[in-house]
Design a protein around this ligand. Structure first.
Ligand code: SF4
Length: 247
């Protein structure tokens, strides 16, 4: 890793953001190559699905970063939905020409395990369950980024308007600070969480994923979110059946 990148990677987040803004201004004035070389990184992008990954991938690639995708989402329920989202992620990765890392061990997708862990949070709020679910996925991404020598890790979850954006950012930063817990060998420096607000590209991402024919999901992922998504339909159906039974 060159010295400039090393210094950049070890700066606090607010300094990195200031520097990036300044470099953007300098790039406009024509010294782009120098600035870009300062920021080129090897990034592991956690991909929650295909549609959410389109714009984060395109943005990171156009900035010259070396990006690999990682699909680890044990929260997605049921299996048929999981497979459709994974196929969508594969399609987007192929179109963007990036390498994917798949979590293929049996324990990497085990609904009984995930549900029993989530059930252990009974009595907590939905927000707390989401915090746990995000932490699980981001910590795993960070561990892989660390063992595979990535400079940074990030997540396509930062693109979604429907996800708790601030919570994802906080969990990413927390995961990056989780040094000392890992068992994997370190093959680079400790990767940092590369926070970006990809939501500005929301409309573009929707259009691109539709144009590419990528499967677009209707709910966040877990059985709880699926229930919330269709609860109104259940209520309407209940009302219909009740009125047909008691005309
Ligand atoms: S709603 Fe989404 S983020 Fe929250 S627990 Fe379910 S899958 Fe995870």
């Amino acid at each position: 890793m060159c010295k400039k990148v090393y210094i950049f990677l070890h700066m606090p987040l607010h300094k990195r953001q200031t520097l990036r803004k300044k470099s953007g201004r300098r790039e406009e004035r024509g010294s782009g190559a120098l600035c870009r070389s300062f920021f080129i990184m090897k990034i592991l992008l956690h991909m929650c699905c295909g549609p959410c990954a389109v714009m984060p991938l395109l943005r990171l690639l156009e900035e010259g970063h070396m990006v690999s995708g990682y699909f680890y989402n044990p929260n997605i329920h049921p299996l048929a939905e999981y497979l459709r989202r994974r196929e969508g992620a594969a399609e987007v990765a192929a179109r963007c020409g990036i390498k994917m890392i798949w979590a293929l061990a049996p324990e990497d997708y085990s609904p009984p395990e995930w549900i029993s862990l989530a059930a252990g949070l009974k009595g907590r709020t939905g927000k707390e369950r989401c915090a746990w679910c995000l932490e699980l996925r981001l910590r795993r991404t960070r561990a892989l980024a660390r063992s595979e020598g990535f400079d940074a890790f990030s997540s396509s979850l930062l693109y979604s308007r429907y996800q708790p954006h601030e919570l994802i950012a906080a969990k990413g930063e927390e995961a990056a600070r989780a040094s000392g817990e890992e068992t994997e060998p370190l093959s680079g420096g400790d990767p940092f969480f590369y926070y970006r607000d990809f939501r500005a590209d929301w409309r573009k991402g929707v259009n691109m994923s539709k144009a590419w024919g990528i499967y677009r999901q209707q709910y966040c992922g877990c059985i709880f979110s699926e229930y919330e998504r269709y609860a109104a339909e259940l209520r309407e159906s209940n009302a219909r059946l009740t009125s047909s039974f008691f005309p």
